[in-house]
Design a protein around this ligand. Structure first.
Ligand code: KPL
Length: 297
């Protein structure tokens, strides 16, 4: 397949390399003005990708957007003029709500949402480390997206495990719940994920999860407090030594994904008239920190 990866950060670069190695024609689209980018995975020989090539973009069968949720609109809109309506758009990022914001602009395309627990890190511009083996779930965002189940084979061949989830909303909400529990606390406290297993966080985590359970149930997601708590604890343990993405963003004073993580939870809670004071407090604290760096929306 002809595939373009928009936003070759850690996860985007990992997919670019794996898809190229699986035999696909892969090109990149990024903020860099270079017309080619070399990437090396875990110290292997570098692979060369063309970058920001309009011809390659136009010829794409699949465009995978691995930008942050808050960059989805600005990354997608300018590219639409070059894409045929048959081109599949796939979005893979933390948080929810970003694709809904541009749904009317992109609805002519087959749209696929993806969530992954693969972990990658980019120690430098041209190097990628695959730091954790995970799973990737795909699901349709629109009717045309339902025709794209074959992408499971394409992606599975490149970087397993990949599955199709007809209830992708449940998978996205579960990941959102994990991010609501882990990201703001690790960001504000500047601690590694594993430190959340400490007794001093048990009450706040429990309150966050209680609020999440109420909102998710109101969204008709089948879940219980115990299940969510188990999932959150498992991820805290499995990623104990990791720095969460929000910890990193806050350390480097970069704009965070809070609007599409806790912000999405709060928006949904409001719709159902559910009070989520603990999540609201964390949201306000992260926003206050962000605003102090002059990164207003
Ligand atoms: O997705 C993550 C993130 O850091 O954004 C978790 C699962 C919390 C792992 O660090």
């Amino acid at each position: 397949m002809n595939i373009t990866i928009v936003g070759p950060g850690a996860i985007g670069s990992l997919w670019a390399i794996k898809l190229l190695q699986a035999g696909h024609n892969v090109s990149l689209w990024s903020r860099s003005t270079d017309n080619s980018i070399d990437l090396s995975l875990d110290g292997q020989a570098s692979l060369s990708f063309s970058n920001n090539n309009i011809e390659k973009l136009s010829a794409s069968d699949l465009v995978i957007f691995t930008v942050k949720a808050w960059q989805v609109e600005q990354a997608t809109t300018p590219l639409l003029q070059y894409l045929d309506s048959d081109t599949i758009l796939m979005f893979m990022h933390n948080g929810m709500g970003a694709v809904d914001n541009i749904a009317t602009q992109i609805d002519a395309h087959p749209i696929v949402l993806a969530t992954t627990t693969q972990a990658a890190f980019k120690p430098s511009h041209n190097n990628v480390s695959h730091t954790g083996i995970g799973q990737t779930q795909l699901g349709a965002f629109n009717l045309k997206g339902q025709q794209c189940t074959f992408l499971v084979d394409v992606l599975e061949h490149a970087l397993p495990a990949v599955s199709w989830n007809p209830e992708i909303k449940t998978a996205l909400w579960t990941k959102l719940a994990i991010n609501c529990a882990i990201n703001p606390l690790t960001g504000l406290e500047q601690i590694k994920n594993g430190e959340l297993a400490d007794q001093r966080f048990s009450e706040v985590l429990s309150s966050i999860i209680k609020e999440l359970t109420q909102v998710m149930q109101a969204e008709s997601i089948t879940c219980s407090f115990d299940e969510l708590e188990t999932s959150v604890k498992q991820v805290i343990q499995a990623t104990a030594k990791n720095n969460s993405s929000m910890k990193q963003d806050m350390f480097y004073q970069r704009k965070t994904e809070i609007n599409f993580i806790t912000g999405h939870l709060i928006k949904t809670a409001l719709k159902h008239q559910i009070e989520v004071p603990v999540n609201q407090k964390l949201f306000a604290q992260v926003k206050e920190r962000e605003n102090s760096w002059n990164h207003q929306d």
